[in-house]
Design a protein around this ligand. Structure first.
Ligand SMILES: NC(=O)c1ccc[n+]([C@@H]2O[C@H](COP(=O)([O-])OP(=O)(O)OC[C@H]3O[C@@H](n4cnc5c(N)ncnc54)[C@H](O)[C@@H]3O)[C@@H](O)[C@H]2O)c1
Ligand SMILES: O=C(O)CC[C@@H](O)C(=O)O
Length: 388
């Protein structure tokens, strides 16, 4: 029985898919073939030899050592778009919270009540301290036009905002989903300089650390409002605190607060709630579980962040799945090893992505232990599985 180790609370709908397929699921299992997690940080984790796949029920995979996994032949999956609507809705809420000082006003009302003041009378006198601008007619800069960024941009257009989008890797598919009123810029400086609101929807990687830094903040409009539901590391905290102090930034909404950033009262600190809706938790868990099942049972790879997509209908008596380096001659050596045993190939798929490649071969007979060992011993082969 294959085992899946969970490392965070996972929606029962996802767990049910695994259990119905006969997987043993738990937070402590002996020798897991798969890990299923959300934000658990596993950079320092030593992976058991049994581990074949890791599924991140969510978008960001910066909590997983993706490259180390690739080198070890461990396929890492995420769930693109499965929580995008939840984050979009929070981004819109964040823009409104950043504008209308709803939190400050609500806190103040409670203070009045606690002080024994007649609240109904106090609100009319005190409300002018909490005035804030409307978002209609203002300019929103969306950095990162992926699953979430597109939804935020389109919704902002529907709410009467001008929207500028920046994404150096914008795909044609995504561009087609964007409202035609969204202005795409190739120079991010235009976005920083023109936006009343900036919202970040790009992944955190070493290259995107401190995307919002002192220099970028200096380019922004006076009184800009910045929303970060993507990752804390995308914004330089010291530069942001200085910009809040000077009034350059009127409000910073972050889903990734830390002890330092919450010292400024103009920070709205959300406890990483971007994907915390029942709908999104279920979508992510179901997609992640399906990805694990299809890979572990059939060898199919969908939505991996470190290996190419490869999907082939099952056929033949056995399927040989080989993770290898993307170099010439591996395929020739692999098919030679199979024909050495007299096996006929019924179907084959070979896909590559950067330095890695993945091959699935359906053959007409059972693969002997010797043949499997011979394939495992081929130069540039990282991992071999034979599925029946
Ligand atoms: N707060 C939360 O709970 C929560 C939930 C989901 C996602 N996220 C974060 O949001 C990020 C985006 O999620 P998504 O589902 O939209 O991912 P996605 O992969 O669909 O989109 C990310 C987009 O960013 C673009 N991008 C990459 N580098 C860029 C750069 N330097 N400048 C501008 N754009 C760049 C990519 O081309 C892509 O289009 C995730 O990586 C994750 O860190 C947070
Ligand atoms: O699992 C969560 O709650 C957050 C997920 C989110 O950060 C993501 O990157 O998808």
């Amino acid at each position: 029985m294959m085992q899946i180790q969970t490392m965070n609370k996972i929606d029962p709908a996802g767990l049910a898919i695994l259990e119905q397929d006969g997987f043993q699921v738990g937070d402590t299992v002996d020798a897991p073939e798969g890990l299923l997690l959300r934000s658990a940080k596993i950079h320092d984790m030593e992976f058991p030899a049994s581990l074949l796949a890791i599924a991140r029920a969510g978008a960001g995979t910066n909590n997983i050592p993706v490259d180390r996994c690739a080198q070890a032949g461990i396929v890492v999956f995420n769930t693109p778009g499965a929580n995008a609507n939840a984050v979009k809705e929070l981004a819109i809420a964040a823009m409104l919270l950043a504008s209308r000082n709803i939190i400050g006003g609500s806190d103040w009302v409670r203070e009045q009540a606690a002080a024994g003041v007649d609240v109904a009378a106090a609100v009319e006198k005190g409300k002018s301290a909490f005035v804030g601008p409307e978002i209609m007619g203002k300019t929103l800069g969306v950095v990162g036009l992926g699953a979430i960024g597109v939804l935020v941009a389109n919704t902002a257009i529907a709410m009467g905002m001008e929207v500028i989008g920046y994404d150096p890797y914008l795909s044609v598919e995504t561009a087609l989903r964007l409202d035609r009123h969204v202005r795409i810029v190739k120079d991010e400086s235009i976005l920083w300089k023109s936006s009343d609101y900036v919202t970040l929807h790009l992944p955190y990687m070493p290259q995107t650390k401190d995307t919002v830094n002192a220099q970028v903040l200096a380019e922004m409009k006076e009184g800009v409002r910045v929303i970060n539901l993507a990752r804390g590391e995308l914004v330089n905290d010291e530069a942001m605190l200085a910009a809040l102090e000077s009034g350059k930034v009127a409000c910073y909404v972050t889903d990734f607060p830390n002890s330092r950033i919450v010292t400024d009262p103009r920070v709205v600190a959300i406890p990483h709630l971007g994907a915390s809706s029942p709908e999104s938790e279920r979508n992510c868990a179901v997609m992640a579980a399906q990805e694990l099942v299809d890979y572990l049972e059939n060898g199919n790879i969908r939505n991996s962040v470190n290996f190419p997509s490869a999907v082939m209908d099952r056929g033949g008596a056995a399927r040989v799945c080989v993770i290898h380096r993307n170099v010439p001659s591996v395929l020739a050596s692999l098919t030679a090893a199979l024909s050495q045993q007299g096996l006929n190939i019924e179907n084959l798929t070979n896909k590559s992505a950067k330095e890695y490649a993945y091959t699935m071969v359906d053959v007409d007979g059972d693969v002997s232990a010797d043949t499997e060992a011979a394939i495992r011993g081929l130069e540039n082969v990282i991992r071999v599985r034979v599925l029946h």
